[in-house]
Design a protein around this ligand. Structure first.
Ligand SMILES: NC(=O)c1ccc[n+]([C@@H]2O[C@H](COP(=O)([O-])OP(=O)(O)OC[C@H]3O[C@@H](n4cnc5c(N)ncnc54)[C@H](O)[C@@H]3O)[C@@H](O)[C@H]2O)c1
Length: 259
């Protein structure tokens, strides 16, 4: 275990049925935290719980749509009731949608903003209410796409940029309550979402494999969820006690230069 202070802490991870969320739930449980796995895919969340339990960890599942205030409030209540409080909230659930600006439908734009940005606000709001007495750590999922533009990803980029500013504002506002709020900005992490994205980038660039140079800039490889989960565990832990309002970029240096 790298972060001893996470032992017996109570954590919620949204998007825990797959990809980065699933691996984050595993990592926090391996650090000794009790984890409520939240996802709109309730069967997937339950499967993550079964894996954690089989590995000797403590976890429970809750089906929830992060864009519903009622669902998010219920998930936070479930964590408090089941495990006795809330120390860590990791808002990971998100969706992508590809469409040129001129072709994007209003409903698709609204859906991406509702899940990625409003969902992160709701997770932050209800977690902060539950953490008011004893403080805590909130980690919000932004993206490299929240810092630089990607063609065809208007709504996604706007939602993830919103997460960065939501995080900074929440960090300042919640500082007196001892609640830290940080954002992470990964790029090109090998998950079902990323595999969908690469095939669309290829189409936009006009050929199979045309998007590979983007990966080459990532120190020559796709990221793995484990490249992200260690940063989340650090930010959740007391080792990051003075770290709040930050944006951690996990992109292999991609955004550090122009070429
Ligand atoms: N994969 C990457 O390269 C990458 C890079 C930067 C940021 N991200 C972000 O990381 C997060 C996880 O991405 P991933 O690659 O693991 O994607 P993924 O599609 O593999 O997993 C997303 C999870 O979110 C859940 N989800 C979707 N809508 C939901 C809703 N309304 N309520 C509750 N759960 C919902 C899905 O069921 C799924 O389990 C997303 O926010 C994504 O934008 C991913």
């Amino acid at each position: 275990m790298a972060y001893e202070s996470l032992r017996n802490k109570v954590a919620i991870v949204t998007g825990a049925a797959g990809g980065i969320g699933r691996e984050t739930a595993h990592r926090l449980a391996a650090e000794g935290a009790k984890v409520l796995c939240v996802d709109i895919d309730d069967k997937g969340a339950l499967a993550t719980v079964d894996e954690i339990t089989a590995a000797g960890g403590t976890a429970d599942a809750q089906g929830a749509d992060v864009s519903s205030a009622e669902d998010v409030e219920q998930a936070v209540t479930q964590a408090v009731t089941r495990f006795g409080g809330l120390d860590v909230m990791v808002n990971i659930a998100g969706v992508e949608h590809f469409a040129p600006i001129t072709e994007m439908l209003e409903a698709d734009f609204d859906r991406v903003l509702r899940i990625n940005l409003k969902g992160t606000w709701l997770g932050t709001k209800y977690a902060a209410l539950a953490m008011a007495e004893r403080g805590g750590s909130i980690v919000n999922m932004s993206s490299l796409a929240g810092l630089v533009g990607f063609p065809g990803l208007t709504a996604y980029c706007a939602s993830k940029a919103g997460v960065v500013m939501l995080t900074k504002t929440a960090a300042v506002e919640l500082r007196p309550a001892g609640i830290r709020v940080n954002a992470i900005c990964p790029a090109f992490i090998d998950t079902p979402m990323q595999r969908r994205a690469m095939s669309v980038f290829d189409q936009l660039l006009g050929a199979d494999g045309a998007s590979l140079p983007m990966i080459e800039r990532m120190q020559g490889r796709m990221g793995q969820p484990s490249d992200v989960t260690g940063t989340i565990a650090f930010l959740a832990s007391d080792d990051a006690a003075l770290t709040t309002g930050t944006t951690f970029v996990i992109d292999g240096g991609t955004s550090a230069c122009l070429s």
